[in-house]
Design a protein around this ligand. Structure first.
Ligand code: GTP
Length: 530
């Protein structure tokens, strides 16, 4: 189809508001997949995932759609659903001209929805509001529309009412995508610039890169250059996702596709990198690229020391597919051999831990998560410290600064009190509270990241009976009264168990650490009963 008939869009939604169900319906109605095939395909992928320990997700899909007798090509680009991955979300949005904003008509605007909308507005996307689940008896589309208008300031005059489950409103959504989202700019004549919005590692073909051609064209066999990783490759295979991979010879500005080029690790094809031609290089890379910076660290030790080589292999395998995962060996006489690992955030940490235990059958001990502290040393040096056991001794340091995040909690008004208490207990500094509608409030605090890493999110959910949601952004470093908590066994310091804590919380943290059952059993075998 001509470029004027291409539409690139993504779906933004809070967890459980119906993104996957809607995506499935769009694929079905456009005949991209049959409903039966979809189930089978899903199951196949799950089996594969179990067998080979890799995740194959639907990351993008090309749909054909006839509108007023003309064929259109609609590219749906998936976005990850969690705040830890907001960088990845921002790159997916940068590959689109428009977005469906899906809000559950029986619920309302959530913190995550807000954050995504702001990202979409920053990327100048056309936003189409979609009120989902109107089949539910509790659906109140008018109330939720008012909320979207008041909270986000988005015009909802032509919001679409839909039930992804019952298949209501799906055609209206497809028509709106064609009519309201602008086509890509035609810059096929410029030097190639393609934006990587996702990549995954395939053990047989190497890394598969998903990209959107922003300018120029890319052909099979082209010698290409990745501007951030500064590496050259040959594009052995290029293709489109419909939604299965289908090879093509060439892709033009505005199109979305994949390539494989014998790339050995996703770290060499990072989300946000720009692909250009080796011979005819683009002058500037596309804006917005960021290195992955781990924010949260912890030690991982196998309960059974014999599993150390397996743990190393498993981490190496996961890293092939996860550019943000960092690790280095760590050992101590009490804990044995293990790794100190870095993650984007708590969810990322939990996913990795769970995959190691579930897919690689490892039994692991995880030490208390830590953030990266900034230490002002007596000699004037500033040292970043992500491993508490390496913290300079009191005499050698002047002060310790810790990272702070700004958190925004959205909550029904009856839980305001208990959520403010929670933030207060976690050393939060109150910033702002306002009613966004008659019954819901937004509460903003500056909070030490270290206090959020842990059970903050679970507490937020349980104290609000599941009704509150939250969002956070990194704001910077501030000095705090922090000290190092060491744990000694028979007079010997167990370094991997050292943590940096606020002076008021030392006892609590120490007690928590040493009451961990797995840890105690590990220590007693490692130290053979001493
Ligand atoms: P995550 O994958 O967890 O981010 O959720 P999601 O936003 O993709 O939501 P998903 O499509 O998995 O839907 C969440 C739940 O809502 C499922 O149980 C769906 O069956 C249900 N659901 C989705 N759309 C509708 C709808 O239109 N009406 C009703 N009644 N239920 C729906």
């Amino acid at each position: 189809v001509p470029i004027s008939n291409i539409r690139n869009f993504c779906i933004m939604a809070h967890i459980d508001h119906g993104k996957s169900t809607l995506a499935d319906k769009l694929l079905q109605l456009t005949g991209t997949v049959q409903s039966r095939e979809m189930k089978e395909q899903f199951l196949d992928n799950m089996d594969l995932e179990r067998e080979r320990g890799i995740t194959i997700k639907l990351q993008a899909a090309r749909m054909r759609y006839m509108f007023k007798t003309k064929p259109y090509c609609l590219n749906l680009i998936d976005t990850p659903g969690h705040v830890d991955f907001s960088y990845e979300v921002s790159r997916s949005l940068a590959a689109c001209e428009g977005a469906l904003l899906v809000v559950d008509a029986s619920q309302g605007v959530e913190a995550q929805t807000l954050a995504n909308v702001y990202l979409a507005l920053e990327n100048n996307l056309e936003i189409i509001p979609v009120l989902n689940k109107i089949d539910l008896p509790g659906a109140e589309p008018d109330r939720v529309i008012k909320e979207i208008e008041e909270v986000i300031g988005l015009d909802c005059n032509n919001a679409i009412l839909c039930s992804a489950k019952e298949g209501i409103g799906i055609t209206e959504i497809l028509n709106a995508i064609v009519e309201r989202i602008p086509p890509p700019c035609d810059t096929a004549g410029s030097p190639l610039r393609a934006l990587i919005f996702d990549s995954y590692y395939d053990p047989y073909r190497g890394v598969i890169v998903y990209f959107r051609v922003i300018d120029g064209t890319i052909k099979k066999g082209d010698k290409i250059y990745f501007m951030a990783s500064k590496k050259d490759y040959f594009a052995d295979e290029i293709g489109v996702l419909s939604p299965n991979q289908m090879q093509v010879e060439e892709l033009y500005a505005g199109e979305v596709g994949y390539l494989s080029a014998s790339i050995r690790s996703v770290a060499d094809a990072r989300v946000g990198d720009t692909i250009t031609h080796h011979g005819r290089r683009a002058e500037n890379s596309l804006p917005g690229y960021e290195e992955a910076t781990p924010m949260v660290f912890c030690g991982l030790f196998p309960v059974d020391a014999d599993q150390f080589p397996e743990l190393r292999d498993a981490l190496e395998k996961l890293q092939l597919n996860d550019a943000a995962l960092k690790f280095e060996p760590e050992d101590s006489s009490a804990m044995g051999f293990g790794f100190r690992c870095g993650f984007l955030g708590l969810l990322h940490m939990e996913i990795v831990q769970e995959r190691l235990e579930r897919e690689y059958s490892l039994n692991l001990i995880t030490t208390a998560p830590s953030v990266v502290y900034r230490v002002n040393c007596a000699n004037g040096d500033i040292v970043n410290c992500s491993n508490p056991s390496l913290l300079p001794e009191p005499g050698q340091r002047r002060s310790i600064e810790e990272p702070f995040v700004k958190i925004e909690m959205l909550t029904p008004k009856e839980y305001i009190g208990s959520l403010m208490e929670l933030a207060q207990e976690r050393r939060g500094e109150f910033k702002e509270m306002k009613y966004i509608t008659e019954n819901r409030a937004s509460i903003i605090y500056d909070l030490p990241l270290a206090e959020m890493v842990g059970d903050f999110f679970d507490q937020l959910k349980s104290r609000s009976k599941g009704y509150a949601s939250m969002e956070y952004t990194f704001v910077g470093y501030k000095e705090s009264e922090l000290i190092k908590l060491d744990i000694q066994i028979n007079g010997d310091r167990v370094e991997p168990l050292s943590t940096i804590v606020h002076k008021d919380k030392v006892i609590l943290m120490g007690e928590e650490q040493i009451s961990e059952k797995k840890l105690l059993s590990k220590l007693s075998t490692q130290l053979s009963g001493s």
